[in-house]
Unconditional design. Sequence first.
Length: 464
Amino acid sequence: MSSIRVRFAPSPTGYLHVGGARTALFNWLMARKQGGTFILRIEDTDVERSTQESVDAILQGMEWLGLDWDEGPYYQSANFPLYKEHVQGLIDSGKAYKCYCSAGELEAKRDLAMKEGRKPKYDGTCRQRADQPPNDPFVVRFRAPQSGVTSFDDLVKGTITFPNEELDDLIIQRTDGTPTYNFCVVIDDAIMDITTVIRGDDHVNNTPRQVQLYEALGFPVPQFAHVPMILGADKTRLSKRHGATSVIAYRDMGFLPEALMNYLVRLGWSHGDDEIFTREEMIQKFDIANVGRSASVFNPDKLLWLNAHYIKTGDPERLAKLLIPFLKERGIDPKQGPDLAAAVRTLQERARTMIEMADAIKFYYHPPAAYDEAALAKFGKDHLGAVYQAVSDKLVSTPASTAAEYDSVFKDLCTEQGWKMPQVGQPVRIALSGGTQAPGIGEIIVVLGKEETLQRLAAIIRKL
RNA sequence: GUCCCCUUCGUCUAGCCCGGCCCAGGACACCGCCCUUUCACGGCGGCGACACCGGUUCAAAUCCGGUAGGGGACGCCA
């Protein structure tokens, strides 16, 4: 049994967006699951719109997600001579012909057809043309069958059949001599021995044309798997106006790659009621047969939930490393202050993104510049001085080193003084962090250290 | 307009191929309660869907037909 070969073939006209990433993911999963080969191919036949920056952005996105490829990146632009050769071959065998209709004429005919409610397809003007004006610009068209049907068995959608009357003679080479997409994919997929073409279902309509080309060229037709689109909240194709679509933008918003991967794999695919998948589990459980047939709406809330999950269960040391750039942006140098991983640990259950984590972690590195006055007022500013002093004294006189030990220091103090816990805990939280939303008091003190804690208590006493 | 595809809670989905276990299960979100020194986490519970109409059948979310709605394609873009 020969092993499968799949490919992800983005065109470098922008960054890697979530739709593309999921297509890449399904390809990668299929290859990894079956021990096949995952190929990356850059479809840059549109010289005008293709840029190196886009190529870099796409590679960066894939690397961030951990979608490693086995071959490539190959560039279609490197294959131009090969395409030309095949175009000529098709012309020689009468399966393609030169068309001298101008782009303007064609456009006018198309508009007219649309207006009259007809299918806007090429009318075949040059199909039987005998003369070949030597100096006129021309395109090359594929001579497509005009009757019968073309069908293929799609791995996710089942058998799809198109009447050939619907398909016109598509252009395979432009006036400037460059080949077009539908032709290049076929040649490339054929010469790269691609066994399974997994791509977005916006390509279903291209498939019958490609099948015809495979046949005309004498290449074996690969298997196809068209995965449904990803839609925005308004159920139209996901685009910038729905918010971030770039994979890298999600990184910058503080998402973890494993969270995005997990989110993406569940969009259109499922394995029973499972929601959380490690990379290994995805690979092990993935089956293209379980990919759904209908489009799905991108749900940022669920992504956020997954991200929270991975932050909660992640390794603090790793999270600390990932957090550093976010801290830098906020002018925090994690070397000046408590151990970052220790600080991270106290916020893992409280932050849903690295941004939230970075914002919440600030107070460990900078003493509060201001206090939540409204909250302070609630506890009666007059008594606060005594409370802080008592806490400070108790801390000095009682040995403690773990969060639990510090917590019991506070409990003991409350018992001794007849205070209620919230009356002490909240003010102390404000003294240490500036506000009322923070990790547990004991946890904070352990991270901050007793010395710093006492200093912050002294500071607030001075300001009362 | 024409062709192709799709249609289970607001959203992601299980179930559908091989009808009965489904007066439809899970997850996100939302609401309530519990836990709790704050905020969270967590636990428990609630809300909430088989697009519609016909047919087949003892029995249909599951099979068949139609209707409606949505998406996609119709490019010398990919």
